[in-house]
Design a binder for this molecule. Structure first.
Ligand code: SF4
Length: 110
């Protein structure tokens, strides 16, 4: 099980404009175009760490250069079950709160 990435503020998505095109994809908003977020991930120093975490935890939206669908494909191709919602409860809570905050900000901005 991979630990929550040690984000230090240098990750490419840090400070991303919450009204910008990438924000909805990072937040896992339905119908969001993932391309702008995926482009940011490509130049991120946390790409591997972030992607590994996302494959082993129940997270939403773009993480580590992958969409939710892509992570499902990778897991299926490698015979890895989807992460249990009970795994890493604290990490899940932190992630959920982070995304919830993003949604709240998006709602206020629209
Ligand atoms: S890999 Fe992508 S989602 Fe992960 S920290 Fe970097 S920019 Fe953000």
């Amino acid at each position: 099980m991979y630990d929550y990435p040690n984000f230090d503020g240098t990750q490419a998505c840090h400070g991303e404009d919450l009204t910008g095109p990438a924000a909805r994809a990072f937040a896992g908003a339905a119908g969001a175009d993932p391309a702008p977020a995926l482009l940011l991930c490509l130049d991120c120093a946390f790409l591997t760490e972030c992607g590994s975490y996302a494959l082993t935890h129940e997270v939403y939206g773009v993480w580590g250069g992958t969409t939710e669908d892509r992570r499902d494909e990778i897991r299926a191709a490698n015979g890895v079950p989807a992460p249990s919602s009970t795994a890493g409860d604290l990490d899940q809570l932190v992630t959920a709160l982070s995304h919830e905050t993003s949604y709240d900000r998006l709602d206020r901005a629209s």
